[in-house]
Design a protein around this ligand. Structure first.
Ligand code: VGL
Ligand code: ZN
Length: 202
């Protein structure tokens, strides 16, 4: 059993990020059994859920003549365009069926604002609005977070970096994270950035 001041954060373990989903992350389904086993050791487990309106600005399909992987300026922020994924109240946005969600204490949804994406589970990409996760964790006495999920080079990375800047001792559970690797080496670079920022890699 982990100490009571340590929480496990599951990042975006949703149908659309699994290998058969709309924004597939290779091998991501391998995370589910590991997450189910790990969750038993934590009193507090929080999950982030990518939760976009259908007309979200991060979807290539919502921009004329754009395709996934291209980068645009979205209201002043650089935005990678993605396939339509994790649309609110659709199957693709659900947690993976095999995930033991009974052990999840609290869910934080992100990416709900049309005009700005949210990779981190703590804040949108402009750091304008909090999801409430940092405040909630602190209110519950959490001082250290262990993080797993997808994608290593997007939502996991930004969740880890924000956890550190929010003052949490932060550990990435490396065997339970996979990335998009849009450019070769993105995942390794992301892990390097997290480590340089002060994350423990376990
Ligand atoms: C994610 C791209 C778009 C992620 C979410 O979970 O890393 N990546 N939306
Ligand atoms: Zn998304």
């Amino acid at each position: 059993m982990q100490a009571q001041n340590i929480a496990l954060i599951l990042v975006d373990l949703q149908v659309d990020f699994m290998p058969t989903g709309m924004l597939p992350i290779a091998k991501a389904d391998g995370i589910i059994p590991i997450a189910n086993e790990l969750m038993k050791d934590y009193r507090t487990v929080v999950a982030t859920q990518d939760w976009h309106p259908a007309n979200h600005g991060s979807f290539a399909a919502n921009h004329l003549w754009r395709k996934p992987g291209q980068v645009i300026d979205l209201h002043g922020l650089s935005q990678v365009l993605w396939p339509i994924h994790c649309v609110q109240n659709t199957w693709g946005a659900e947690f993976v069926a095999g995930l033991d969600t009974d052990r999840v204490t609290k869910v934080f949804q992100k990416g709900t604002d049309l005009e700005i994406d949210s990779y981190s589970g703590f804040y949108d990409n402009g750091h304008r609005k909090s999801t409430g996760m940092g405040e909630w964790l602190k209110e519950h006495g959490i001082e250290e977070v262990h993080i797993l999920g997808v994608a290593t080079d997007y939502c996991v990375k930004f969740t880890v970096l924000d956890a550190i800047s929010e003052g949490f001792t932060t550990i990435l559970i490396k065997e339970a994270t996979y990335g998009a690797n849009l450019a070769p080496g993105d995942v390794d670079r992301a892990i390097g950035e997290m480590q340089a920022a002060g994350a423990g890699i376990r």
